[in-house]
Design a protein around this ligand. Structure first.
Ligand SMILES: Cc1cc2nc3c(=O)[nH]c(=O)nc-3n(C[C@H](O)[C@H](O)[C@H](O)COP(=O)(O)OP(=O)(O)OC[C@H]3O[C@@H](n4cnc5c(N)ncnc54)[C@H](O)[C@@H]3O)c2cc1C
Length: 395
């Protein structure tokens, strides 16, 4: 009898799962029906969003739609998933219902600026911006273009958030943009974060090196700052102990939450760190929607490379569960993240996040070669999936 594998989310994790199934010749296979569900079937590569803010990409270039050819052999449903019924093995949406024998949940994370008092109001008033969606990154770019100089505050009010280097990269790219446009000398840039150091999930070394890069760019770094509220009218951020910080332009990381409160309650989905299996029979969760604690007790970063690794493991686990294949490889916690440092250079944090007693991760670079490697990765993914391959000559 044909088994039903359903994948929720056609972003980085969900599409990598499809790629893995194709490689294993499991699409158009009489033993298996593969269904992919997404609310809109467009996605982005996270690292292109800071580039939109910087002005190196347009919203159109960053928006990726998987082609029919890339999804050949896959049954697709466009719709918003509202419920996963793990008892009856059913996925429900507003206009659809489908059964599964095995399920992979790859619905990602979503932004909720409303969790910090005053933040959504400051964003609505146009004095605060973020780059955690294509549209908002575009607004942030226009705000930067119009910014005449003064205080730029980069605020990380809560954990977890996607890509542990993204806000630091954002600050460095703002620095880079303002130098290029002759406005850096009359601008102070400060980062206020709830974290004790940058990239805490990578151990102490990479964060220290990143702090040196910030120092070299004359960017102030303020750790352990608990944001209480933001006041758009006075343009002040309120922290603990009545500490305040003024801003003329506020760039913030929006508080994150799981894209859907599914399969195990409203929080991040708890999975086995090596198999990605959830507590529910026949259900795996991958990518940003998971909450994984590494063997050294740190949160595993929410990053594309992790979602890709999870996807390959979960596909193996699901096929094994369905009795279709026997081969599966455990997720090993290896990964990396590029960080743009300006002047078309990138550094890269790379290593083993599962190492003991501490993660074995180092920050290498920055260099022009790493920036080119990042661009190559962007092109490779777009060429694999998207209807419109990106312009290879874009900077
Ligand atoms: C600003 C920014 C910078 C980043 N920089 C980097 C970086 O430099 N390096 C790196 O490795 N990672 C980076 N990331 C993180 C990376 O983008 C994510 O880790 C990766 O996309 C996770 O893949 P995912 O499949 O879990 O989620 P996503 O890729 O977000 O896919 C989730 C999919 O689920 C769909 N969906 C959500 N809810 C529903 C629903 N209820 N019903 C139906 N469909 C739904 C969405 O439409 C989406 O297609 C960055 C992210 C951001 C936002």
């Amino acid at each position: 009898m044909t088994k039903k594998l359903v994948i929720l989310g056609a972003g980085i994790g969900g599409l990598t799962a499809i790629g893995e199934l194709r490689q294993r010749k499991m699409l158009r296979n009489s033993d298996l029906e593969v269904t992919l569900i997404d609310q809109e079937f467009t996605h982005f590569q996270g690292f292109t969003l800071p580039w939109i803010m910087r002005g190196w990409r347009t919203a159109e270039q960053a928006t990726l739609t998987p082609s029919d050819q890339a999804l050949d052999g896959v049954r697709t449903i466009t719709g918003t998933v509202t419920t996963i019924d793990t008892q009856r093995k059913k996925v429900l949406g507003e206009h659809f219902a489908t059964d599964y024998d095995a399920l992979i949940v790859a619905l990602g994370a979503r932004n909720n600026p409303g969790k910090v008092p005053g933040l959504a109001e400051a964003a609505a008033a146009g004095v605060a911006h973020h780059f955690y969606s294509i549209a908002e990154a575009n607004h942030a770019h226009h705000a930067l273009k119009d910014f005449a100089g003064g205080n730029v505050a980069v605020l990380i009010p809560s954990l977890p958030y996607r890509c542990p280097v993204a806000p630091y990269e954002g600050a460095l790219l703002i620095h880079d943009y303002l130098i290029e446009h002759g406005r850096r000398t009359h601008t102070q840039i400060d980062i206020f974060t709830v974290e004790p150091q940058p990239m805490p999930s990578a151990g102490t070394g990479p964060g220290r090196k990143l702090m040196t890069l910030l120092e070299d760019a004359h960017i102030g770094f303020h750790p352990n700052m608990q944001c209480q509220s933001v006041d758009a009218a006075t343009r002040l951020i309120q922290f603990q102990d009545e500490i305040t910080a003024p801003f003329d332009l506020l760039l913030f990381v929006p508080p994150h939450e799981p894209a859907s409160g599914l399969a195990g309650g409203p929080g991040w989905i708890s999975v086995d760190a090596h198999t990605l299996a959830t507590e529910h029979e026949g259900v795996w969760a991958i990518g940003d929607i998971t909450g994984i604690t590494t063997p050294s007790g740190r949160p595993l970063p929410k990053a594309a490379i992790m979602a890709k690794g999870h996807a390959k493991t979960a596909v193996g686990g699901a096929l094994q569960y369905l009795g279709i294949a026997s081969e599966t490889t455990a997720f090993n916690g290896h990964g990396y993240c590029f960080i743009d440092t300006g002047d078309h250079e990138s550094a890269r944090g790379i290593g083993d996040f599962y190492a003991l007693p501490d993660p074995a991760v180092e920050l290498v670079g920055p260099s022009k070669e790493l920036h080119q490697l990042k661009q190559q990765e962007e092109r490779d993914w777009a060429n694999l999936w998207a209807t419109k391959p990106r312009d290879p000559h874009a900077s």
